[in-house]
Design a protein around this ligand. Structure first.
Ligand SMILES: Cc1cc2nc3c(=O)[nH]c(=O)nc-3n(C[C@H](O)[C@H](O)[C@H](O)COP(=O)(O)O)c2cc1C
Length: 276
């Protein structure tokens, strides 16, 4: 795996954002300010932890980009801007890279006080590619609207969240095998608490974790890995959450990508005083 410059991750800022991020689909009239947009654009250009994936901010009404889940139902509406996650389709790890890196962008946008929603299915990649002019061999894998959501959830959002059971997460004991929980080092608890609340397509939570005192291996669950297209992207998101949770609990480590059905292994390299 390409080297991730871990010291540069804003650990406590993004770790906090993990626990208050929530998908929003109905955006309100409050505009993003020009300086907010230019700073977001700069961040998208600067945050490049891997080769072969990049993010681009696209300003202007994004309604034509999004599709509904059933008719116009579940469609994202009213967002003034979007961020597109673009990757090199030939890269064998493109999905997990998009997940990890896209979630970094989403957590930063959340920490800045804006609303987001990962959208991998219900959008038109051709329209986005046309607006942004992507390179040969690249694909738009996912997008997120960016802006200020309505203060109250719209009735459409409420129905969509209920339908997907968006607030539910699989209990920890069903996700993990390996050493018993009462033997987990503190960093493992922190890493997996973060990973468990990761967003995933249809809230499928396709991950499972094998734990030892020095490493966590993340694999695709036979039971929950129902959406093949998104399994590795979802696990890439959980990888970033594992890393932020571990760093926040004082453990520094690195990843190596693995082959199906495994996704990656996170190995601890050093431990220091925790952030809290
Ligand atoms: C890779 C990925 C793709 C997603 N695609 C869509 C989508 O196409 N449309 C949509 O409305 N939500 C989409 N979502 C959002 C999920 O439905 C949402 O994250 C999940 O239900 C959990 O809810 P939460 O994000 O509020 O915690 C996607 C999420 C991920 C991670």
């Amino acid at each position: 795996m390409d080297e991730v410059i871990m010291e540069k991750l804003p650990v406590s800022r993004w770790h906090k954002a993990i626990f208050h991020r929530i998908s929003r689909r109905s955006f309100g009239p409050k505009d993003l300010q020009p300086e907010e947009l230019s700073s977001l654009r700069e961040f998208c250009q600067d945050f490049r932890p891997f080769s072969g994936v990049r993010a681009e901010l696209c300003v202007g009404s994004s309604d034509k980009v999004f599709k509904g889940a059933i008719g116009s139902y579940g469609k994202i509406t009213g967002a003034q801007a979007l961020i597109a996650f673009i990757g090199n389709a030939k890269d064998p790890n493109v999905n997990e890279k998009i997940g990890y890196f896209g979630e970094g962008i989403i957590l930063e946008v959340t920490a800045r006080g804006f609303d987001t929603c990962w959208v991998g299915g219900y959008f038109n990649p051709g329209i986005v590619a046309g607006i942004l002019g992507i390179n040969k061999g690249e694909r738009v894998y996912a997008v997120t609207p960016v802006g200020h959501a309505l203060e109250e959830f719209s009735s459409q959002e409420k129905v969509m969240r209920r339908f997907i059971k968006a607030h539910k997460r699989v209990p920890m004991e069903e996700l993990v095998n390996g050493i018993e929980r009462d033997q987990w080092p503190r960093w493992v608890e922190g890493a997996l608490e973060g990973a468990r609340v990761s967003p995933s397509a249809h809230n499928n939570q396709p991950w499972e974790f094998n734990v030892s005192s020095e490493r966590i291996t993340i694999s695709i669950s036979k039971v929950r890995g129902k959406l093949k297209q998104f399994n590795r992207m979802d696990c890439g998101i959980a990888l970033l959450h594992i890393q932020l949770g571990a760093l926040n609990a004082g453990a520094n480590g690195s990843y190596r990508f693995l082959n199906d059905p495994d996704v990656a292994v996170f190995n601890i390299e050093s431990q220091h005083e925790p952030n809290n």
